[in-house]
Write a new protein. Structure first.
Length: 308
């Protein structure tokens, strides 16, 4: 009899603690500044991903009318500084935090950050429609970027420092080498397109999300002003390819980079809701339709020619 009574009291106590936990959760939730479907948050994002991130936000907000996501587009280095800015809930860039950066975030903001690669992007090389050069090996690009090439093409970036495109070129293409002093800097990726369109001797480097979507009328118009150069494939010497989605997915295009979010949130708020959206089917499908390579969903990828 005693054992039955003890078991009975144990069950009652278990239910009481469960109900108390639910009550605390509901009380805590009332104090949250936002929830996954309601409130306002600020996000810092690499400018080179603006077209696709704008579309992600538009779809998320249309599905959750109570949500407002304000995006601050910046060069990547400025985004990474926002690791320690409390008012910025999420950072979208080509890399997440390092171990030392994670420690700083935890110490300074008392928040344990999360990061996830949600898509893969590529750096496209664009030239003027009148240019006779539209096929490049990586060695030829290195010579152009360092000023050693006989072609005398002028490299153009979305800024000469602090951007993810410049960082990728210096780290992954030049292996720490220096860019030529003749490199030109535009304020934005669209500025790179405009400069190349007006200068036959220019060669531009931009994220493919600015010119890869043949269903976006603005990007189709960009492709009427410039042409995309072919780069030598990583798996077939002498074979030249464009930054098509399938080539990005298989990484046979030589300049592929990640799109990573870093989330700084102590509760299941709007940042968590948007992060989940990016990683789930709808968000991954938007990356696919923007002609990036989704990192977390398997879709059928078919090679398709970019409209000129």
């Amino acid at each position: 009899m005693r054992s039955l009574i003890c078991c009975g009291w144990a069950g009652v106590l278990g239910v009481w603690f469960l109900l108390a936990g639910c009550t605390n959760y509901e009380q805590d939730k009332k104090n949250w500044p936002d929830t996954w479907d309601k409130g306002t948050i600020h996000i810092s994002a690499d400018e080179s991903f603006k077209p696709v991130i704008d579309e992600q936000v538009q779809v998320y907000e249309s599905n959750t009318p109570g949500a407002k996501i304000i995006i601050h587009y910046k060069p990547e280095a400025e985004c990474l500084k926002d690791f320690l800015v409390d008012s910025i809930r999420m950072i979208i860039a080509t890399r997440g935090f390092t171990q030392s950066e994670e420690n700083l975030i935890i110490d300074s903001l008392k928040t344990e950050p999360r990061k996830l690669t949600v898509a893969r992007d590529a750096i496209a090389v664009i030239v003027n429609p009148l240019s006779q050069d539209s096929l490049f090996t990586m060695e030829e690009l290195k010579d152009i970027l360092t000023g050693k090439s006989d072609k005398k093409l002028i490299p153009v970036f979305d800024g000469v420092k602090a951007t993810s495109t410049v960082r990728f070129i210096v780290d992954s293409v030049l292996k720490g080498g220096s860019l030529s002093p003749d490199v030109m800097a535009a304020r934005t990726s669209e500025g790179v397109i405009d400069y190349v369109a007006k200068n036959p001797r220019a060669i531009g480097f931009i994220g493919v999300s600015w010119i890869g979507n043949k269903e976006d009328t603005s990007q189709v118009n960009f492709l009427r002003k410039v042409k995309i150069a072919y780069l030598e494939s990583t798996n077939k010497p002498g074979g030249y390819i464009l930054p098509y989605q399938v080539n990005i997915s298989t990484k046979i295009y030589p300049m592929v980079r990640d799109l990573v979010y870093t989330l700084k949130e102590n509760h299941n708020g709007l940042g968590t809701g948007f992060a989940n959206f990016l990683s789930e089917e709808k968000g991954q499908l938007i990356f696919k339709r923007a002609y990036l390579s989704p990192a977390l969903r398997n879709f059928v990828l078919r090679e398709a020619r970019l409209r000129k």
